[in-house]
Ligand binder design. Structure first.
Ligand SMILES: CC(C)(COP(=O)(O)OP(=O)(O)OC[C@H]1O[C@@H](n2cnc3c(N)ncnc32)[C@H](O)[C@@H]1OP(=O)(O)O)[C@@H](O)C(=O)NCCC(=O)NCCS
Length: 170
């Protein structure tokens, strides 16, 4: 077999195995410090108060329309193996939009990337949105942020019908 083909196949199998080993579930209080650490590591801005508030609102309230999910290493049972998270909610009638799912946070631990964890989180929240009765999901990405753009495009997301407008306030 051609070694490039063989390597590509080995990589796909390894990625599928890694994604299978990951478990996606709702966030728990014990995960919040790990979410705070992961976000601080990735964004270089520590914001514990923000994440505690997000947990209170999205991990505890209106759970039929708010989804704060974490991916953990399936083999790790200690509850400290958070490898990534995704957060979204059903939003209705903003700017005339019919109810749709909004993803407003997604992050995967840098050392665990490119192993299908982002896709597993995306698939899990898509399923929750569908179960909640919406047939469209949206997110927002900075134009110059190639990584999330590539990721969301690979998940089938495309430019939507809304334009974001802004103005400096003096
Ligand atoms: C974007 C992010 C969530 C992807 O997580 P991940 O677990 O590495 O993603 P996956 O392994 O599931 O990749 C799925 C697909 O996304 C695309 N993708 C992911 N990382 C990529 C990269 N570095 N370069 C190009 N494409 C990439 C690929 O198409 C990939 O599929 P493929 O490997 O079969 O080609 C992760 O890189 C991350 O946390 N980035 C920093 C935070 C961020 O940008 N968050 C999003 C906006 S809030």
């Amino acid at each position: 077999m051609d070694s490039a083909v063989s390597n590509a196949k080995t990589e796909r199998v390894a990625k599928a195995d890694a994604a299978d080993a990951v478990r996606v579930r709702r966030v728990r209080a014990a995960d919040v410090p790990h979410v705070i650490d992961l976000d601080a590591h990735v964004t270089k801005i520590a914001k514990a108060a923000y994440w505690n508030d997000i947990f209170r609102r999205y991990g505890r309230q209106r759970l039929n329309e708010r989804f704060f999910l974490v991916a953990e290493d399936g083999a790790q049972r200690s509850g400290s193996g958070v490898l990534g998270f995704i957060i979204g909610e059903i939003r209705a009638w903003e700017f005339g939009s019919t109810p749709c799912g909004w993803v407003f946070a997604l992050s995967v631990e840098p050392r665990a990337r490119l192993a299908g964890i982002g896709s597993a989180l995306f698939a899990a929240i898509s399923e929750e949105f569908k179960k909640a009765g919406v047939n469209k999901m949206r997110t927002m990405v900075a134009r110059d942020s190639m990584l999330p753009l590539q990721f969301f495009r690979s998940e089938g997301m495309m430019a939507g019908p809304y334009l974001q407008l802004e103005k400096d306030l003096e």
